[in-house]
Design a protein around this ligand. Structure first.
Ligand code: CDT
Length: 301
């Protein structure tokens, strides 16, 4: 058996005016809780250091760039790395990345229990739009501020398992999980910021949206025989509600732990990575059962 104690470290709302330093203090408090609960690996959320800024329409690139990190760790996040390493807790952290050569990505990193960055993922499926849309109740400008990720969906052999990463909208696409599933992934870490209402369909509220979230996470876990840890940033950010529902799904597609609040909350579970084996070797033994001669359309234009 390969037992791990894992947690979704859910974030409550981060207001536009909140500093990185104040946010990192909150994330460190979640690490303290994780340490007290003997957790080995935590998943923070997407864009964990700031408000969900793609809801704001900006025209000045210098204003946009204030939401991005030029290096990681940096002065603001170093206390998080140090505390996690002291506790021997690995983590996933989402943030906006500005590269040395001027590229903008919605990024997540995997940090091992010694505080070393072992993996980086850049969000592939960017939802929303790139120009101000007066028809929407609120904006979702990810396509304006980010470029699609250029690293694919790798997996990493770390912390005694095979780990993968995805970010928010990626969870709705079966291809996300399958590309990692084909590499034997055992644990997918994922952070999200999802508005509680559909900006283009006001009658679609939190209940239906939480259903689609759970459906996507549970199906991805089951169909690829992997654990999935999905962590929200949630609550009311400057008048814009995001739903909670952080959860941990097992390789049978069951949700084994879920959040009760829309605030900072640690959602922990003890898992055995060897529990991925049965489904990987039977119903989802990809080598024996896939029929790729019929799947061409999936990668054709
Ligand atoms: N952050 C993110 O990707 N959110 C999207 C909202 C979709 S509505 C434009 C999501 O899929 O949850």
């Amino acid at each position: 058996s390969r037992i791990l104690r894992v947690a979704a470290a859910q974030s409550g709302p981060i207001q536009k005016a909140e500093s990185r330093e104040a946010v990192v203090k909150r994330l460190c408090a979640l690490l303290d809780q994780a340490h007290a609960d003997k957790v080995n690996f935590v998943v923070f959320t997407e864009l964990a250091l700031t408000t969900f800024f793609p809801r704001w329409y900006m025209t000045e690139q210098s204003e946009v760039d204030q939401w991005f990190e030029r290096e990681m760790p940096n002065a603001a996040t170093r206390p998080l790395f140090e505390r996690a390493a002291k506790y021997k807790i690995g983590f996933y952290l989402g943030y906006a990345e500005l590269t040395e050569d001027g590229h903008h990505f919605n990024t997540a990193i995997m940090v091992d229990r010694d505080g070393k960055i072992v993996g980086k993922y850049r969000k592939v499926h960017l939802p929303g739009h790139s120009e101000f849309d007066p028809e929407r109740a609120f904006q979702h400008l990810e396509k304006r501020y980010f470029e699609p990720g250029d690293l694919g969906f790798p997996v990493w052999r770390t912390m005694d398992g095979i780990f993968g990463m995805a970010i928010c909208n990626d969870r709705r696409w079966p291809e996300t999980y399958r590309v990692m599933g084909l590499q034997g992934v055992e644990l997918v870490a994922l952070g999200y910021n999802t508005p509680s209402v559909n900006s283009q369909k006001p009658e679609e509220g939190p209940e239906k949206r939480l259903f689609h979230h759970n459906l996507s996470v549970q199906a991805g876990a089951y169909q690829n025989a992997t654990f999935v840890i999905a962590t929200a940033k949630c609550g009311d950010e400057d008048g814009h509600p995001l739903f909670g529902g952080s959860c941990i799904a097992n390789p049978d597609g069951d949700i084994i732990a879920t959040a009760n609040t829309e605030d900072d909350e640690l959602v922990a579970a003890t898992i055995d990575l060897d529990d991925t084996k049965f489904n990987k070797e039977t119903i989802f033994d990809f080598k024996r059962h896939r029929r790729i001669e019929h799947y061409g359309r999936i990668t054709a234009q």
